[in-house]
Design a protein around this ligand. Structure first.
Ligand SMILES: Cc1cc2nc3c(=O)[nH]c(=O)nc-3n(C[C@H](O)[C@H](O)[C@H](O)COP(=O)(O)O)c2cc1C
Length: 201
């Protein structure tokens, strides 16, 4: 009996220490940043867009969490505006594990407690520029939360890729269809609000 009790207690202790469930994190007073990558131009299922799908979701998150926003942009943006051509460039960058140079940096990155990382799903991965950004920063002690826009693949393994690149644990991510973000803002906002609530915002 004693043995059974100590096994249960050990299990409970493990659960308490290692459980990083959102509702245990108090977001009050936390300094929050939303970092994202997003494209305008021709996009799958939505045609030519002037505001990227991920950008739309990033702005909703920033508004609701009173966060600062930072868009990761390429230093030399030679990506084609046409969707199919972009998919080819993106695939070759992914295969090469490229780290394209990015334009500028967040000010005072060290001050942020919570960082949302927003990405379009590109070939079940992030655009390589997000790796450039992630690898340029120190993530120790930060709470990292992924979100993705996609057209069917959902989050894919993007959260685990971010986890590997940042070395931090992730809170539950959000996946939103790009065409919903673009064309049904009320639905997208509802998804964002529900998710943020579960995270403790
Ligand atoms: C290069 C590229 C690759 C893509 N690969 C996928 C994919 O593997 N799975 C998927 O569901 N959507 C894929 N998409 C669709 C995008 O994830 C989707 O349109 C997203 O909302 C675009 O976000 P953005 O407007 O913020 O750039 C791809 C789009 C591009 C441009």
């Amino acid at each position: 009996m004693k043995k059974i009790l100590s096994v249960i207690l050990a299990g409970l202790t493990f659960f308490t220490i290692h459980n990083t469930k959102a509702e245990e994190i108090d977001m009050t007073g936390k300094k929050v940043l939303v970092v994202y990558f997003s494209r305008t131009g021709e996009q799958y299922s939505v045609g030519n867009i002037t505001e990227g799908n991920t950008a739309i979701i990033a702005k909703m998150i920033a508004e609701q969490t009173k966060a600062d926003l930072f868009e990761v942009k390429l230093k030399n943006d030679t990506y084609p505006a046409a969707y199919k051509a972009l998919t080819e460039v993106a695939l070759s960058e992914k295969k090469a594990n490229a780290r394209p140079e990015i334009a500028d940096d967040v000010e005072n990155f060290a001050d942020y407690d919570v960082v949302f990382i927003g990405s379009p799903n590109w070939w079940s991965d992030m655009p390589m520029a997000l790796y450039t950004f992630i690898e340029a920063h120190n993530w120790i002690g930060k709470t990292v939360i992924p979100f993705v826009t996609h057209e069917g693949s959902g989050l894919s393994s993007i959260p685990s890729k971010i986890k590997t690149a940042t070395g931090t644990d992730m809170l539950d991510g959000l996946a939103v269809y790009g065409h919903v973000a673009q064309n049904d803002r009320a639905q997208a906002k509802q998804n964002v609000t529900n998710w943020l609530k579960k995270l403790g915002f």
